[in-house]
Design a protein around this ligand. Structure first.
Ligand SMILES: [Zn+2]
Length: 276
């Protein structure tokens, strides 16, 4: 049974998150309103990861190896998907990520606005029905338009330079919209699940859809859950991410799966007391 949270009944109570992490450090989590405690550097370890080592909390390293092994045993083609594109991130890396994303969103919103002002383009867009494949490509943000690539090259991650060049009448709107989009995809530094060391991003490619389906059905046996879902958005403000997996240990993951709740609800409603 899916237990849905009711906005008025669930406060974004930092104390409840802290109480859960105190009971079991695997449950360390935050929502958009407060930061995580600093991770102890000694708790992090490097994992060899198809040629590009990643830093992760040492507790999850043997478990992610087991998860990947099970995935490949199930389907040998999953080998390419069993690669971590991002693990632990420092505050500085998260700040940089937000800056880079802001630049990209400025360009995207600018181009969208240009398109809105172009009746021919708007008509073409309305005539074109998106195929399932195109929808997935858009979802994963895989394909960049030639206009976007050109702007990226021209302004080379310099948001200020780009803003100085745009029409002043849309500048404020552009800044606000881009920032809103950044907030939906990258949490503030210190408030990201990646800062716990218990989170990984897997590759974002459409060939992995089948792999993600397998994970949805099996990852909890190995202690992994989805951190950012449709239901968790209310707490985290982050859009659903099918590639982002979070280690909470087998007992919690099984309970979370059984109850069909988010990590936030699990912590706030103290469901963990049933397994500790
Ligand atoms: Zn992530």
């Amino acid at each position: 049974m899916k237990e849905l949270s009711k906005k008025s009944l669930v406060p974004f109570d930092q104390e409840k998150y802290e109480a859960a992490a105190y009971k079991d450090p695997l449950l360390v989590a935050c929502n958009y309103s407060f930061s995580l405690p600093e991770v102890k550097f000694d708790d992090l370890e490097e994992l060899e990861n198809q040629g590009k080592p990643v830093l992760l909390h040492k507790w999850m390293i043997p478990e992610i190896k087991k998860l990947f092994l099970a995935a490949v045993n199930f389907n040998a083609n999953f080998q390419k998907a069993c690669k971590i594109s991002s693990g632990y991130r420092t505050i500085e890396q998260l700040e940089q990520l937000r800056k880079d994303r802001y630049f990209l969103k400025l360009l995207e919103m600018y181009l969208e606005k240009q398109e809105e002002n172009d009746p021919v383009k708007m008509f073409q867009k309305s005539m074109k029905k998106m195929s399932e494949q195109e929808r997935l490509i858009k979802y994963f943000g895989l394909r960049k338009s030639p206009e976007l690539i050109e702007l990226e090259k021209k302004y080379a991650n310099d948001s200020e330079k780009f803003l100085a060049a745009v029409d002043p009448s849309i500048k404020e709107w552009l800044k606000q919209e881009a920032l809103k989009k950044v907030d939906q995809s990258v949490p503030y530094a210190g408030r990201s699940d990646h800062h716990t060391g218990f989170a990984v991003d897997l590759p974002h490619t459409i060939v992995n859809v089948e792999f993600y389906q397998w994970l949805e059905e099996n990852a909890y046996h190995y202690g992994f859950i989805r951190r950012y879902t449709e239901e968790s958005r209310e707490y985290t403000r982050v859009d659903p991410e099918i590639w982002h997996w979070r280690y909470v240990g087998q007992n919690h993951a099984e309970q979370i799966h059984k109850l069909g709740v988010t990590l936030d609800e699990y912590v706030i409603k103290k469901h963990y007391e049933d397994v500790l």
